[in-house]
Design a protein around this ligand. Structure first.
Ligand code: HSE
Length: 457
């Protein structure tokens, strides 16, 4: 039968019961034949799983497992059944009350538990717990980027040795499939560049500043009120979260260990509403971006606010959404977009890892990176355009600016005793030198550099 035959198309679209169509016709293909999913036999045992940390993501994992129970069972061939939930709290009167344990060893020592979800966050006790689970021959799925960035190399090695899997799709981009595309769909590619808006909180703040003229402080408060930003927002607004995520993606793409501490990282705390007024005049916006790029055998990586134009694929990625652009040497540019955070999207990515682990319950899928260290090349070789704001008169200083930086685009906002310019492309090292020259020449009392933001090439 041809794939486009009327019977099959009918079969896909018409309403049907378990045995056949509601009008009595036979089902031409079962859904399992079409999608390759398994038939579930009554005798099949359940796969017992445990969730460590019943906060937003952990409870989301439970909800996804419950809501999509049948879909997941059909996909795996066995049901995924939550045996334990590790948390400090008791959750009395809820459906999970009887599954709650407070002692990690109950999970670790129970041979029936094959897959453990880690959604506690942080390193302690997540790291020793995950390590012990892998050592005990259990698969682990985690959403914890701090854990993956700091201890991924060791945990991946233990998983290989024990023939289990350590998976972390949810650690980057929340619900956006990005880890799996890197090790599956793009495995025939040399990845040349990864550029991403990888933090929903900061993207929400910058969008508020851009679209509503909000100040950073007001937008941060709004993000906190809506539950996006933590009470201590440092990890997000200082770029640390984005740094760990681009480190993980770079390690995935190169197969080598990346020390996230080597990645130059700037956050968004110095970006102001005035910067957005200039960006608007230039037809641009400011996004917090993490990038890694392989060029002439060197790997560069950085995290910083980036002024991007309307033609950039990340320009339209707004609010809490994330977007990731991956360039391969054969495929060219691909882009991944969606909810980069949030309960159910992130939980969905964790559950996808659980399904993959359940399907490879007796084997390790060779993913991730080795212990070979990747050195991050000096940021001074990176090429950007640069947006610079200077107080004082544009007319007086135009020649000086172009003598130092070369041909630039100048912008002035009405009623402001300052101006801005956008340079052409240059190496960071050359920009630093030119800035020294400019600062030396800005001698009048009212003259000083107010802002510098990198711009995309
Ligand atoms: N704080 C992170 C964000 C959560 O805002 O993107 C998801 O990693």
């Amino acid at each position: 039968m041809r794939l486009d035959s009327p019977a099959l198309l009918d079969g896909l679209w018409a309403s049907r019961t378990e045995a056949g169509f509601s009008d009595g016709r036979e089902v031409p293909y079962t859904s399992s034949q079409i999608t390759g999913i398994h038939e579930i036999s009554q005798e099949d045992e359940m796969i017992k799983v445990a969730i460590m940390g019943y906060g937003t993501i952990g409870s989301g994992v439970y909800e996804v497992l419950e809501t999509n129970r049948e879909v997941l069972a059909a996909s795996v061939g066995q049901e995924l059944s939550v045996k334990y939930i590790l948390d400090l709290r008791d959750f009395p009167g809820t459906s999970v009350e009887k599954k709650i344990v407070h002692d990690f060893s109950v999970i670790c020592q129970d041979k029936e538990v094959k897959i453990v979800v880690e959604t506690m966050g942080g390193l302690d006790p997540a790291y020793p717990f995950v390590k012990a689970c892998l050592e005990a021959g259990k698969h682990v799925a985690t959403s914890n980027k701090a854990l993956v960035a700091a201890h991924g190399t060791e945990l991946l090695a233990i998983a290989r040795k024990k023939k289990v899997n350590f998976m972390f799709e949810a650690s980057v981009g929340g619900g956006i499939p990005i880890i799996r595309p890197l090790y599956r769909c793009l495995m025939g590619e040399k990845i040349e560049e990864i550029t991403g808006i990888l933090n929903g909180t900061t993207n929400f703040i910058l969008t508020k500043m851009d679209k509503e003229g909000a100040s950073f402080e007001w937008a941060l408060k709004e993000a906190q009120a809506l539950g996006y930003a933590e009470r201590n927002p440092e990890a997000d607004v200082e770029g640390h979260d984005t740094c760990r995520k681009i480190a993980i993606l770079t390690a995935m793409a190169t197969g080598r260990e990346v020390n996230y501490e080597e990645i130059p990282t700037e956050g968004i705390t110095k970006i102001t509403d005035v910067d957005f007024r200039y960006a608007d005049a230039l037809g641009m916006s400011v996004k917090l971006v993490g990038q890694s790029r392989v060029e002439n055998g060197k790997t560069y990586a950085w995290v910083a606010p980036l002024m991007i134009g309307k033609d950039h694929p990340l320009y339209a990625v707004s609010d809490v959404y994330n977007g990731i652009v991956v360039k391969g040497n054969m495929i060219g540019t691909t882009m991944y977009y969606g909810s980069g955070a949030g309960k159910l999207p992130t939980a969905s990515a964790v559950v996808a890892d659980m399904v993959e682990e359940a399907k490879h319950i007796n084997s390790n899928i060779p993913i991730g990176w080795s212990g070979e260290k990747l050195s991050i090349a000096s940021g001074q070789d990176l090429i950007f355009r640069y947006f610079v704001r200077v107080s004082g008169s544009c007319e007086d200083r135009k020649d000086l600016v172009e003598a130092a930086f070369g041909k630039s685009r100048f912008v002035q906002l009405e009623g402001m005793d300052e101006f801005a310019f956008l340079t052409g492309e240059m190496k960071e090292a050359r920009f630093t030198e030119s800035m020294e020259i400019l600062k030396e020449e800005l001698t009048a009392e009212n003259e000083r550099v107010l802002q510098v933001i990198r711009g995309n090439r």
